[in-house]
Each structure stands twice: as structure tokens, then as C-alpha cells.
Design a protein. Sequence first.
Length: 391
Amino acid sequence: MTSLPQASWTKRDDLAQLIAALGADNARYVGGAVRDTLLGKDIHDIDLATPLLPAEVIDRCREAGIRTVPTGIDHGTITAVLPDGVVEITTLRRDVSTDGRRATVAFAQEWKEDASRRDFTINALYAHPETLEISDYFGGVEDLANGRVRFIGDARERIREDHLRILRYFRFQTRFGDDWDEEATDASRDLASTLKGLSRERVGWELLNLLALPDPSVTVFKMRELGVMQEVLPECTAREAEKLAELVRQEQEHSVAPDGMRRLAALLPPVPTVAEAVSARLRLSRKQRERLSCVARRDSKDGENPLALAYYEGTDCARDRVLLTRGDPAPLEGWEAPELPLKGGEIVERGVGKGPQVARILQAVEKRWVEERFPDRGRVMELLDQELASG
């Protein structure tokens, strides 16, 4: 039987206290922590499955002095707040009914029954918290070793239970897969239209998480080939898919970290009204909407003076636009916008009456100061003299 390597997180004292409170035979590490530890990856979240009902989980934790938060109690999830990080504890479940958007669940007692309602074989791996022995009911360990992302059971049935699993398939395939699973891709193509019924927030979240992976460009091409991308982002034509691939190459060349919002901008034509429509449709935050609209205003000359662009538009937007127009973003790294060393009062002291004239001169001097890449105050005063002389 396969066992989980003794990674540092499995030796946490606070986890041992939690396991003791629940009882080792009443708990299994499950999902990403097991999967990623087998792959030698860093662990960010720890999930536990248990046959104990939520009320008993809370009681046992309270008796052990462990604080809990009922973050998803309707679905059986309790969050234990530990010194070294939170742990989500979910009671074993089985689906009673599903409509493709949400499921009605009942609590269960069998580990395999809980595993059977999960999406992919590589996510249905359970590890005993003391022996670290892995329970693998559907061949997930072998699939993980072979770089295969495969639905549990019938792919179409799994997708009909939750249509978002189509997008999750492409995200997990990008992270863990080598070759495409034929059954999964066929099911995704045939059921792509079901994505229209999903919450736009859920679609946007999955799409941005996919795009934030190291290189999602091959996946985006595949999603277009299967008709999936047309359902979630019809603005993405073959040209935009190529633009994403080009952007990824630019990021890698300049050692710039992946960014989901920048990649989303690449998948849209550079038209502000399109960016605004997509932002509204995907229910993006105000900050995300402003950034997407800013990047949509990109121009082929953006790379000529990236610092000027950053001064007016902010560093994030400037970096995005420079990369998307094949410029060099290096000047932006660690740069902070300076403050114009000139105040309106100084212009008034030079004999200019208060009002629009002062604002006009100040803006003119600032424009030239930015164009000249932020020279010192001496040069700013020279620019002021020139503006006053010409006025």
C-alpha cells in the first residue's frame, strides 16, 4: 500500500493535538494536501475528512481547547483554528440530488462513498493521520504518477452533477496532466453549453485561476478547439489565444511572474467597452475592472517610456501593457512614482493669478517633466520659466 511521505507538515504539533481530539481512526487527510505531498510540492491548505457529525467535531475540539468556526456547517465543514494554520474538517458526504449548479448532500459513514462524489481520481486520495497509509479507491496514485487527470466514474455524469467541473478539468489538466484524457475532453465538448447556467462569479474565479498557472496557453487552444472557451469567453478568438501564448513567452523572457488578470486582458481585444462588458459579466471586483479597462487602452508605443506610463496609469497596468506590446518591463521593477517638485503656490508667486491658468501651467510643466523622465527640481524650474515665457 502506498504511504504519504513524512513531510514537515505531517509532524506539526498542533495537527497532532487536533487528531488526538477527533481520534486518529475518525480522520483522514484528503485532497490537495495528499496529492501535492506525493508530488513533492509545497502544501498551502490542509483538509480533513471525518465520519463524525459537525456538532461532535465542534464538541471534541472545544474539549481539547481548539477554537472552531462553522464556515460551511450546512455542508458539514468546520474550520479548526490552529497556531500554525487553519484546517478544514468536513463530515463524509453523499449526494442526494444535483442540478449542475448545486448539490443537496447527506452525511455518510463510508470513506469510499465520500470519495465517489469527488471530481477527479487524483483528488480522492485519503491518508491516515498516524500511519500515513493512503486509501486510493479509484486509481488516483497511478494517475498522478502518469500525469493523467481523469474523472471518477463516468465523466458525463460527474459534469452533469456540477457543470463547473468542465473548467476544473482544464485547470487541473494544466497543473498535473501530460496527455489529454479522451473521455474527459469528449464530455467537456459535448456538455460545454451547460456552462451558460453557472454563476458568473464561479466561472470568473475558475478562469482566473487557470490563467494564473505557469503556462495555460496550450489549454486555451484546446478549450477553443472543443468549444468550451466560446461558452465562457466568446471574445477570445484564435487571434487572442495566440496573443496569450505570445504574452507567456514575454513573461518568461523577462522573468515576470504569471498573473491571471494580465492573461485575461490578453484574451480580449484591446477595446475598453469590451473589457467593461466582460468585467460586468464575470462580476469582477472594482479594482480588477479598472485594471482590465486600463490594459484595454494599450498602445503600440507603450514600451517607449514605461515609467511615464506607470506614472499616469500605475505600475501594474503599465507592466501589463508593456508586456502585451512586446516591450521591456525591467525599468518598472522596484520603481516608485516621484512627486512633481513644484506647487501651485510657487506659480502664483511668479505673478500668475489664481485659477485655471495656474492649473494649466502646472499640468504643462508636469507633462514635460514626465516626458524627460523626471529630472530634478532645477530642471523643473527651467521648464516653469519656459512656460511662463511662452504664456
